[in-house]
Design a binder for this molecule. Sequence first.
Ligand code: B12
Ligand code: SF4
Length: 465
Amino acid sequence: MRLYLVNPYNRLVSLANVKENRWNHYRVWKPLGLLVLAGLTPPEWEITVIDENLRAADYSAMPRPDLVGITAFTSQASRAYEVASEFRSRGVSVVMGGIHATMCTEEALRHVDAVVTGEAESVWATVLRDARRGQLQRTYAGQHIDLAEVPQARHDLLAEGYAFGSVQTTRGCPLSCSFCSVSAFNGKRYRHRPIAHVIQELQSIREKRVLVVDDNLIGTSASHIARAKDLFRAMIQADLGKDWIGQVTINMADDEELLDLAVRAGCCGVFIGFESPTAEGLAEVGKKFNLLKGRNFKASVRRIQRHGILVVGSFIMGLDSDEPGIGRQIAKAAESYGVDILNALFLTPLPGTRLWDQMKSQDRIAANDFPQDWRYYTLGFPTAHYRRFSWSAIVEEMTSCDRRFYSVWRILRRVCDSFLRGRQPIRALVTNLSYRNNVRLSQRNYAELDLMRGSLLRGDSTGAR
Ligand code: B12
Ligand code: SF4
């Protein structure tokens, strides 16, 4: 039995960019969900994992599979349906899973034979059994499982072509930011894999660099942090020799022992969502953690950096509380916090989030010709009607933000600062240049969107309909 597992591309953010921007080699990351699915698949299935983000696939030239499984973030959904249609026209059954199919199940069912919602571990064996018998059901509802049941991901199936390997150590997030789908998908309970399983999987990853995909690697409570420390201790003891990056909340800065263990375990960079430079913005997105009284972001960032860890700061633009000038304000905040890299994103209503429900009820979803328009849901395009910004105004804000933070002069200043503080100047330079190049690609994408905006954004308007 032959099984293809496909990660569809989104031309706007993947394949084209990789070719045109060599720095982006460092930003094409493995579809871990498919590797986990492969780990759940019994040996009688011959599995091929196809990552369209890495290279285009000519499906007509490939042997006919017995079953195709497709994953998709929302931004990949329209391409996912094209791939599904290609295989279904050849009589091959297609199953779709992942975040988009979970949040938009009815839509996905119009394009595929079966949808797996939620986490696949509890249902994938049944799907394969039904597929073998030619008796696929329309939907399978995956449960929030105990993470001891997560198999070792099949890293051997995508062994070449990536700068980073990836691993997951926890699922779920106790917080519930309005724009984020994680707690809706993986639940609010913070679950963690047995540490021995994580270490074993890390040992099977051949790449030196690893992305720890957890949404919040250290968690929020004292017990979460104790578990993160145990994980780091086990990584040190296993002497893995990996350099890894992960997503954390700013509270990582509050614990010197945690920082010390993280670095000794190989941590070289962390991604932190600051989300908004204003208290109103933080309250609006519900990022309670960043609202903690007395938090000095600059001192917190410095404390993390003092351990040699690069800090990527993420901000969202287009909140209802944002005023004209927000682009500059975000760039200045990121500079004053002292982050090494700024990742500024447009407020994007993703299905399954509170933000989506709110904007939908206010008729503010602007890019709404689905499924085609899902490709704009990369957070790199304006997709909503923003309260105080027209489409061109919000693009202008983003441009001014990026131009300021990624000016040659400011990049040099950051790299020199890294050098003087004995941190990672080369890494800081490479990542800054990568982001600077992407800013240029974004400009081209905006121009394309501009051509289409008559239909896409129904004019250049603001606010609720
Ligand atoms: C790592 C990651 C990335 C990596 C991508 C690596 C990759 N190629 O997969 C990078 C950094 C590139 C990335 C980029 C983006 N990401 Co991202 N990312 C994640 C993150 C943190 C982890 C994903 C992961 O590996 N999970 C671990 C695996 C094991 O879980 P899983 O993929 O969910 O798979 C399980 C099930 O879903 C299911 N399943 C999955 N696929 C399939 C397929 C079949 C057939 C079946 C049966 C089951 C099944 O089975 C698996 C085992 O249970 C998630 C958050 C999260 N918790 O998932 C966000 C997340 C997926 N990303 C998100 C977003 C918004 C993006 C971006 C659009 C924006 C951005 N700037 O970050 C871009 C878009 C990229 C694109 N190509 O279009 C959102 C997606 C929401 C949505 N509705 O689409 C998430 C949920 C985060 C959030 N805050 O809401 N991301
Ligand atoms: S943005 Fe981060 S902290 Fe907020 S709910 Fe999502 S995963 Fe949790």
